[in-house]
Design a protein around this ligand. Sequence first.
Ligand code: KIV
Length: 269
Amino acid sequence: MRPSELIKFKQAGRAITILTAWDSLSAALVEASGADAVLVGDSLAMVALGHATTLPVTPKQMLHHTQAVMRGFRGEPSQQPLIICDLPFLSYQCGEEQAMAVAGELLKESSAAAVKLEGAEPEIIAVIDRLVRMGIPVMGHLGLTPQAVHHLGYKRQAEDQRSQDRIFEQAIALETSGCFALVLEHIPSELASKIRRRLAIPVIGIGAGDDCDGQVRVTADLLGLTPRQPPFSPALLQGRELFSSALGQWVRDQNSPPTTATPPPEPGC
Ligand code: KIV
């Protein structure tokens, strides 16, 4: 599926589903779920690499994980979910040339067909404009943008009218610059709904209410595997407890005495 095809889903009123993956196992699970797209999010810095924020992950690591994700798919290539890969911190904020090189390598060396980047400051709009003109599909991301954690924190964004107006204008700017879709994270649902109605491109929410064209979730959060559960993404099951108790049981079983002792071999045999 090409990224631009998601617009047809919006036009048809069909909800878009996107889940993150970070390795072959998680990719296989997401593919089997039937989600439309896989996001190799820079949240893998926390989910897979144990960092406290998304900032340390590098372009090389993002490529490594995207290649693992693509190797996890089992279906016919034409049936596989679309892969969107996050451009990590400092891979696009320093200018168009570097952004082109990093995004280009991700698309060349993996089967990712699009990149996602955060923000809509004039410098970022210039980068998006360049990527899109050079044939690289871009997904935008506004609201809680984790690469700006030291500025915004992890709290809900756009609580006052001024910042709501700003995000609304930025969303329009992202569509104008050629983004094929927009992620809105942890903002009031009324604002997400207003943006969804204003834009032609799909608005994909996470912590932005139900009135979006689709939803994206961090798979590890849904599976209850992450140590800190975001308030806007409740777990579907208690994965950590489930898996650790199964493994603990296996370890205890190895140390418990066998129920039936094996008889000693017959002498002379
Ligand atoms: O990195 C990520 O997983 C993301 C989602 C939260 C949208 O950007």
